[in-house]
Ligand binder design. Structure first.
Ligand code: NAP
Ligand code: HSE
Length: 437
């Protein structure tokens, strides 16, 4: 007796969708064995029928009518890979209302509308699975949501945006310009449809928000914590960081400090001998510190067609087996745990790297260090390279001054920076980057 297939309706057949369709068609026997039944692609909604596609699908599968997926009663699982918020929100809600479970890789959607989507799914007895939404091919949602269930996370440090990490790697190791490296990330299928989300830190912040929600059971909107990206990073700072023994990464971090959460996404100097500093290209990595297990480390491809498709396909298999449904029922998501307070940015503690442009005159160094000292900021090292980097048209040479601080609060640093800006001998820019512990 043949077993009835699990029928899928895709919404989106772009970079990731094509990868999933390739696995399901090229590895059909393996997937059926693992899923306990065949998995069939029944319909695929796209925007443009005339686009060339790197996949051969059964005739009549492809449509531009999303409603054809939503209304098909034979489709059990909708695989949302269109991205963005609109119309993805309406499409996902309509699929749930139509009695379908949903697999999605859309972190922007879950970050913005997760409450509504999860509550709707719960009300209707449906399931949403989203392993591919964070860190591409790394099974971090399962790890945090299930495998580390005995723990309360104390700390999470991660590289969660493959595009930014690829750009930083190309700039550091191959001296590529920012623009060339970004184009490379787009050509390789790592970037979002709007790559500004990658390079301004938003994509990493959305992923961090999902991980924090899973691990601490509390929703922290991205507007409630510091988010900055690599889009304003200068090659000069990448070079000085290297000379000082550090690598700059877009670091997403969350940790419990005195019963509050300190959370941020920002370019951060990481000592070269730390594992996160050695994560290159589109790879992601996540370091978790659980109160029972201690440190656990994950790394792998965080962006790109097949790594992401690997995670989406795992969710589809879990749907076929019924494991996703069981997990979803028990996940402590969106709503039930009391909120955890978040440290304000001014209260957040870190070490910092400062780069100032100062006039090369007597007493300038003393003035700068005096201001930092008066704000309680202790200095770990100060370097003023001998040859002027930029002279402007002034008669006094202007030189860079690189300062590494000990731990201080962002509030103290901001106050010191306001006083530094009043010194006529300190010019722009004032670059300030966090330094990881
Ligand atoms: P993509 O290449 O831009 O593909 C989007 C697909 O959705 C295309 O097939 C497009 O149709 C279709 N689409 C868009 N709007 C539509 C509409 N209104 N109606 C019907 N179809 C529509 O995007 P992607 O890189 O595959 O990413 C998909 C999702 O995965 C996003 O949520 C992204 O954040 C997430 N993700 C991506 C990666 C990655 O490495 N790329 C990794 C993890 C998660 P056409 O083909 O006709 O244009
Ligand atoms: N644009 C994302 C990134 C895709 O570069 O990490 C993976 O979520």
């Amino acid at each position: 007796m043949s077993i009835a297939p699990l029928n899928l309706g895709f919404i989106g057949l772009g970079n990731v969708g094509t990868g999933v369709a390739k696995i399901l068609t090229e590895q059909a026997a393996r997937i059926a064995r693992r899923a306990g039944r065949p998995v069939a692609i029944r319909k695929v909604a796209v925007r443009d029928m005339s686009k060339p596609r790197d996949i051969h699908l059964p005739a009549g599968c492809l449509t531009t009518d999303v409603q054809a997926v939503i209304r098909d009663p034979e489709i059990h699982v909708a695989v949302e890979l269109m991205g963005g918020l609109k119309p993805a929100r309406e499409v996902v809600l309509a699929c749930l209302e139509a009695g379908k479970d949903v697999v999605t890789a859309n972190k922007a959607l879950l970050c913005e509308h997760g409450d509504e989507i999860f509550q709707t799914a719960r009300r209707l007895g449906r399931t949403v699975a989203f392993e591919a939404a964070v860190a591409g091919g790394i099974p971090i949602i399962a790890a945090v949501g299930q495998s580390m269930a005995a723990n309360q996370l104390q700390q999470l440090q991660a590289i969660l945006n493959g595009t930014s990490n690829y750009i930083l790697t190309e700039m550091l190791l191959r001296q590529q310009s920012y623009a060339t490296a970004l184009k490379g990330a787009q050509d390789l299928g790592y970037a979002e449809a709007d790559p500004a989300l990658d390079v301004n830190g938003t994509d990493a912040a959305q992923k961090l928000g999902l991980l924090v929600q899973l691990a601490w059971g509390t929703k922290i909107p991205t507007a409630a914590f510091h988010v900055s990206g690599i889009d304003r990073l200068e090659q000069t700072d990448i070079r000085y960081a290297t000379e000082l023994g550090y690598t700059i990464k877009l670091l997403a971090s969350a940790r419990t400090v005195q019963e509050k959460l300190q959370i941020s996404v920002r370019p951060t100097l990481i000592r070269k001998d730390r594992p996160l500093a050695g994560i290159h290209g589109p790879f992601n990595a996540i370091l978790l510190d659980g109160d029972v297990v201690g440190n656990v480390w994950f790394s792998g491809r965080g962006a790109g067609q097949m790594p992401t498709a690997s995670a989406v396909t795992a969710d589809i298999i879990d749907m076929a087996i019924g494991r996703a449904q069981l997990t979803f029922k028990r996940l402590d998501l969106w709503g039930e745990t009391p909120p955890v307070a978040v440290l304000t940015e001014a209260e957040s503690v870190s070490r910092y790297y400062l780069r100032l442009a100062v006039e090369d005159r007597p007493h300038v160094m003393a003035d700068v260090t005096d201001i930092l000292g008066r704000h309680g900021i202790s200095l770990a090292s100060v370097v003023q390279p001998e040859s002027p980097e930029f002279e402007g048209n002034a008669d006094v040479p202007v030189v860079p001054l690189i300062i590494m601080t000990h731990k201080t609060t962002a509030g103290q640093l901001a106050a010191a920076d306001r006083d530094l800006a009043k010194l006529s001998t300190v010019r722009d820019p004032h670059v300030c980057l966090a330094v990881a512990d």
